[in-house]
Ligand binder design. Structure first.
Ligand SMILES: Cc1ncc(COP(=O)(O)O)c(C=O)c1O
Length: 425
């Protein structure tokens, strides 16, 4: 096999980000000192090589896009309201799309909601940016999960926040650790600006916060006036077990808590990420500041995409598509677990079988460096994401994330064989 030079993501990570930019030539803002390149994006560059099997990306399986449905919806949008679909629109979103989102939310235990407290966003990634923009000053504290979603960490760091990790297990963030973090902040004279959590099928952890912990977290939110930012891109992708309502839906059971939950979700993982459509459900007091920063950022999310998505959701085709999506991810997740169990002796890897989502979060023995393992894996033509970047406030080198969403079952089986060779080398 031809030896490939070190992949770019490894060199980028090893580099001091400050030195990546010439601050004397271009006087960049101080926030750019914190702007590390996302190493998932860098790893994805290697992923494009034909001979590579990638467990690195979090991209949906494109064979699950409902192409016929989206084609039809595009035609409907263009024939029913062509001028509105191609025109500027309201900052908070097209009402017809909002109504369809409200129907999606009914399936997530939110029977009714006030559309004036819904902001349509350009993917939920924009939601993370907008909430950060209205909440964060440099050195503010944000509580994040350990491990945390990389691109959210990137946003918080761009706003120069101090990130404080909350320990997480298979049942989501640990409530005692939330209490510990709040206490620590109090001792330092700080109030955390918010706690960010991917409550269902976390990225990268795959874990889901239990009902009891959800209730306890809402109680803490009220008691401590702690804003919870709940990011929920994956809950539609449940392939095992019972649905658990989002924190947002549970606010009805905990007096006062609806003022402390900002919910965000997206069409990206169950319709198509190329539409770039997400939504935020927010307490009334935050709607205006969020609308102002949204307007300043992009005026509004694509009218055309919203009209297409509304037309698509109206057809009811999604109800037929969702079971296929869930079954396929379930099959792929199973295939990955089976292949790992068959090729790697017990005791070398530890992971919890997720009940949904796209990821398997793997722990290796203390002392293993999964960055180094990543280089060996690339020699075997397989890639994954080393875990170190998911821990912004602590260094843990012995974790890695495997995504089973994009590769086929055959590729999963072959890729795990290659991965096993790198592990057992
Ligand atoms: C936890 C989490 N939040 C947000 C996003 C961004 O999704 P969107 O395409 O809606 O911007 C992702 C995408 O991978 C994600 O995993």
């Amino acid at each position: 096999m031809v030896y490939e030079p070190a992949p770019p993501h490894l060199t980028l990570l090893a580099r001091n980000p400050k030195k990546s930019y010439d601050f004397s030539m271009y006087p960049l803002s101080s926030r750019m000192e914190n702007a590390k390149p996302s190493f998932v994006r860098e790893i994805l560059k290697v992923a494009n090589r034909k001979d590579i099997i990638s467990f690195a990306g979090g991209l949906p399986d494109p064979s699950l896009f409902d192409l016929e449905g989206i084609k039809e919806a595009t035609q409907t949008a263009l024939s029913k309201a062509p001028q509105a679909a191609l025109q500027y629109g309201p900052t908070d979103g097209y009402i017809g799309f909002k109504e369809q989102v409200a129907k999606v939310m009914q399936t997530r235990d939110v029977p009714s909601l006030n559309l004036e407290q819904m902001l349509i966003t350009t993917g939920s990634q924009q939601g993370i940016d907008l909430i950060s923009k209205i909440m964060l000053d440099p050195n503010d504290v944000v509580l994040v999960e350990r491990p945390a979603y990389l691109a959210a960490v990137q946003v918080f760091e761009l706003y120069q926040a101090n990130l404080m990790g909350i320990e997480q297990d298979a049942n989501g963030i640990q409530i005692e650790d939330v209490e510990r973090a709040i206490l620590e902040c109090k001792k330092a004279g700080k109030r955390p600006k918010f706690l960010y959590t991917v409550s269902t099928f976390g990225n990268p952890s795959g874990s889901t916060l239990t009902l009891d912990r959800r209730q306890a977290l809402l109680e803490i939110a009220v008691r401590e006036q702690l804003l919870i930012v709940e990011d929920d891109p994956y809950s539609e992708l449940r392939f095992a077990g019972e649905n658990i309502p989002p924190l947002y839906a549970l606010t009805k059971d905990v007096a006062g808590s609806s003022e402390y939950v900002v919910y965000m979700s997206t069409l990206s993982k169950f319709v198509a990420p190329g539409l770039r459509l997400g939504w935020m459900l927010v307490p009334s007091g935050l709607m205006q500041p969020l609308t102002i920063v949204k307007q300043a950022a992009d005026l509004h999310s694509s009218s055309f995409a919203q009209y297409v998505a509304a037309a698509y959701l109206e057809t009811g085709r999604l109800e037929a598509q969702l079971p296929k999506i869930r079954a396929k991810y379930g099959e792929k997740g199973q295939a990955m677990i089976r292949a790992l169990e068959q090729t790697i002796p017990k005791g070398i890897l530890e992971f919890n079988a997720p009940s949904g989502g796209m990821f398997l979060w793997v722990k290796m023995a203390e002392g293993v460096d999964t960055m180094q393992l990543s280089s060996k894996a690339i020699e075997q033509n397989v890639i994954f994401v080393p875990g170190v970047g998911f821990f912004p406030d602590t260094k843990r080198t012995n974790y890695l994330r495997l995504s089973f969403a994009t590769p086929s079952i055959e590729q999963i089986e072959e890729g795990v064989k290659r991965f096993a060779r790198a592990v057992l080398d």
